[in-house]
Design a protein around this ligand. Structure first.
Ligand code: NAI
Length: 687
């Protein structure tokens, strides 16, 4: 058993006290995941151990980033049917049951990520010891993939800490640190790094009784209490996700309600339920989206370029938030604007962001120290990356670059956050025109994960590679796009927003328009979205794109802007705002909804999607879907717009477009790209 650590995903050492230390050390990967083959290796190791009968077993990870990050999600896409899924899940349960049944004390020694199947494994141990630091994260985030824990986790956790904490964790998918986990009751000891092994050893040499749920916690699983609690859980879930779109949390509540006092039957039900969910469309699409995210993340890891100092020019809405985000992520940041007064509001917002995210005073102070107001531009000369986020005005940007470039380091990246101006128009005043690249962040920066990396044939590929790496470094998802008007996300979003304005001006009540989009699965209705972005900004983008594409700007949008109704920021746009929230009036009595509404919104968006694919605005269909999900929140459970076209049938949508074109004119004229899309999608977008 004392094997060489280098060649095994799992190996065990036995020390002088006869304590066995089982190490997870996935070969050739920075992270431990529980693939089917790792599970089998683990099982064999457990059989060996059962025979050898050490004094106790400690399970730990050799990876610096954490314990075990969960199951191998890629394997989920290879499941062909429910029976195959059930078999795989039941095998997982058997392995963990074997662990739970070992006759000696077992300890999971947890640091960093301990998620999904990783936490389920830990829950099958008698004790859990966790490192005390904010980067140790425990959780059961399976709902985010359209399933719920299936390796016994739902049964074990509800039993161990009661339904209130257990269901909260599983239904939200949120993660907690070791201290919170200990407070909830599923971690026994939280200790600093240097005491981890001692704490684990002590639990084995002087084993106490394992943690038991308190009376109150046990009562939460009682048959009389369950129906009431189940209603409460459902109510909470329903506020965030509908049953039709996201069945997993509802299935979990149901199986808990039926089986919570019978751990065995709950495990059975758990496996059956996950097997059914995992081959369904929601889970398969969410898994697809997860893998798309991995694809974009990989782009950010393509080079070992490491930026340390970022200089941001323009401390407005975007520049201020970009600077704060970079400082939060550990970079040194200097922030420039025309005066110190203009920078002050950005620093104030940054301090709020740091408090929210970092919580403890010392890290907050350290982040504040990394962010320096720099009205004179002292930081220009030392920065690795200079990001320009001043007004959307080509002339202003060009003259700024003429001032910046001579002061910048030769190897520094010059990036613009422009949302609409092609690079070709901006680089004319540069001595080295090929160094300009677009880093197009979305508003709000701290929430929107996507950053479009804008480049054209004259952009230095090395600059692009560094821009990708920089985006990965600050934990955002980079999406390479061509420097064409509107790039990808705004170009596709705009026709959808304009159609909503069109509908509103025809007299369709705003709440009805937004309701239909929400029902489809969008995170925000188009009119509320337009109000949030600002109607003046929408108009500006519409006018710029209107010069390149045949986009007619609705008169209604111009009229609202002329009246000063700019949306949320002015207190009135399509909605009135009270305390920052839109007031949505109820529909007039006897109002009949029109089935065309959703089709009109959606098909303009899908038509533009096909145009972007045809014009190669992005590198692949997958990238396009990823961009729309992470840049606009396009209904994730539908797997992205192109995937939606594929599953609905391109011919069905094309037919509907023709009808709408007959009825409403050329803005619904099908893009020539539809002809190749049907062939394209037939060959499968999902790779
Ligand atoms: P903003 O108007 O909030 O901020 C612009 C800031 O730049 C102002 O504080 C201004 O004083 C400063 N500034 C102007 N000229 C300057 C100069 N020569 N030197 C130093 N500072 C200067 O504008 P916002 O909304 O932050 O937009 C900035 C850029 O980001 C624009 O290119 C815009 O298209 C783009 N963008 C905006 C988004 C949005 O939702 N507002 C989303 C994505 C990109």
């Amino acid at each position: 058993m004392n094997r060489d650590a280098g060649h095994h995903d799992i190996y065990t050492e036995v020390d002088q006290d006869n304590v066995a230390w089982l190490h997870f050390a996935k070969h050739g990967s920075s992270t431990n995941v529980l693939s089917a083959s790792v599970l089998e290796d683990f099982y064999k190791e457990l059989l060996d151990l059962a025979e050898r009968a050490p004094r106790g077993l400690v399970i730990l990870s050799d990876k610096s980033n954490g314990f075990i990050a969960g199951a191998d999600v890629r394997e989920f896409t290879r499941l062909e049917n429910r029976d195959q899924a059930l078999e795989a899940i039941q095998r997982g349960q058997e392995v963990f049951d074997r662990l739970a049944a070992l006759p000696f004390p077992t300890v999971a020694l947890i640091h960093g990520f301990c998620l999904g199947g990783g936490l389920e494994l830990a829950l099958a141990c008698r004790y859990r010891v966790s490192r005390d630091d904010p980067s140790t994260r425990l959780g059961l985030p399976e709902v985010k993939l359209g399933i719920h824990p299936g390796f016994g986790g739902s049964a074990r956790l509800t039993h161990l800490v009661g339904a209130v904490h257990a269901m909260d964790l599983m239904l939200s998918g949120r993660t907690v640190d070791g201290r919170t986990a200990a407070r909830m009751g599923f971690v026994d000891h939280v200790v600093p790094e240097r005491h981890l092994k001692t704490a684990a050893r002590a639990l084995i040499l002087q084993p106490g009784s394992a943690h038991r749920a308190s009376k109150l916690q046990t009562m939460s699983n009682h048959a009389w209490v369950r129906p009431g609690l189940a209603r409460l859980f459902e109510h909470r879930v329903a506020r965030k996700a509908s049953r039709d779109h996201y069945p997993a949390p509802y299935a979990l509540i149901e199986l808990w309600q039926q089986h919570a006092d019978q751990q065995r039957s709950m495990m059975h039900a758990e496996a059956e339920s996950v097997a059914k969910l995992i081959v369904g469309p929601t889970a398969q699409n969410l898994i697809r989206v997860f893998l798309l995210q991995e694809q974009l993340k990989a782009l950010g890891r393509g080079s070992d370029y490491k930026a340390r100092h970022v200089h941001v020019v323009g401390a407005g809405l975007m520049g201020g938030d970009i600077a704060a985000w970079c400082a939060l992520r550990g970079l040194r940041v200097t922030l420039q604007d025309q005066s110190a007064e203009r920078i002050a509001p950005a620093i104030k917002r940054a301090s709020q962001l740091f408090s929210r995210r970092l919580k403890r005073p010392r890290p907050i102070q350290e982040a504040m120290d990394r962010l320096a107001p720099d009205p004179k531009g002292v930081g220009i000369g030392t920065a690795d990356v200079v990001i320009e986020a001043i007004f959307e005005d080509a002339e202003a940007k060009r003259s700024l670059y003429a001032m910046l470039e001579p002061r910048m380091r030769d190897d520094a990246i010059l990036a613009t956050n422009t949302s609409s101006i092609p690079l070709a128009e901006l680089r004319t005043a540069l001595r080295t025109p090929s160094r300009l690249v677009g880093l197009h962040f979305f508003n709000p920066v701290a929430k929107m994960q996507l950053v479009e990396i804008v480049r054209d044939e004259n952009t230095d590929p090395d600059v692009v590679a560094r821009a990708l790496a920089f985006t990965g470094l600050i934990d955002r998802l980079p999406l390479p796009v061509s420097s064409t008007p509107g790039f990808l996300v705004n170009r596709i979003l705009l026709p959808y927003l304009l159609e909503a304005v069109e509908l509103e001006s025809e007299g369709v009540p705003s709440p009805e328009i937004d309701r239909q989009a929400l029902q489809f699965g969008m995170p925000l209705g188009p009119l509320e979205l337009a109000d949030t972005v600002g109607l003046d900004i929408c108009l500006h983008v519409a006018e710029i794109l209107g010069r390149h594409f045949a986009v007619a700007v609705p008169q209604r949008l111009r009229a609202l802007v002329a009246q000063g109704r700019l949306g949320r920021k002015s207190g009135r746009g399509f909605y009135r705002y009270r305390k920052g929230e839109p007031v949505k009036t109820s529909l007039p009595k006897g109002y009949h909804s029109n089935p065309d509404i959703l089709d009109r919104l959606l098909l303009r968006m899908l038509n533009e999607t096909v145009a972007c694919l045809r014009e190669n605005v992005v590198g692949s269909a997958d990238h396009l879907d990823a961009g729309m999900v992470y840049g606009t929140g396009f209904a994730p459970f539908r797997g992205g717009p192109l995937h939606y076209i594929e599953t609905t049938g391109a011919d069905v949508i094309l037919q509907r477009l023709h009808e709408l074109e007959q009825q409403f004119g050329e803005r619904f004229r099908p893009d020539p790209g539809w002809e190749s899309v049907s062939g394209f999608t037939n060959s499968g977008i999902r790779k």
